[in-house]
Design a protein around this ligand. Structure first.
Ligand SMILES: [Ca+2]
Length: 81
């Protein structure tokens, strides 16, 4: 069973590590056309120290930027036949 931060935050595969404030999908390098940043917590807020995006369960699955070394779960895409 997962616990703590890892069970409440999931990496999306979106980062601004290459250029601060320019959010790109790691699998295509394309900039994102859609965002769902948390408005209540004024995201993104982390500057150069927070370059990866997670869904936050505690914030109705809105997006937060966090440090890329944080231990979170991941979401994977798989083709179903
Ligand atoms: Ca950043």
């Amino acid at each position: 069973m997962l616990g703590g931060f890892k069970s409440s935050h999931w990496y999306l595969g979106l980062t601004d590590e290459g250029s601060e404030g320019v959010w790109r999908w790691v699998h295509t390098n394309a900039t994102t056309k859609y965002t769902a940043w948390s408005k209540g917590q004024r995201q993104p807020e982390g500057g150069t120290s927070q370059n990866c995006v997670v869904y936050s369960y505690a914030d109705s699955f809105h997006w937060h930027d966090i440090g890329c070394a944080a231990e979170c779960s991941t979401i994977c895409k798989k083709r179903v036949q």
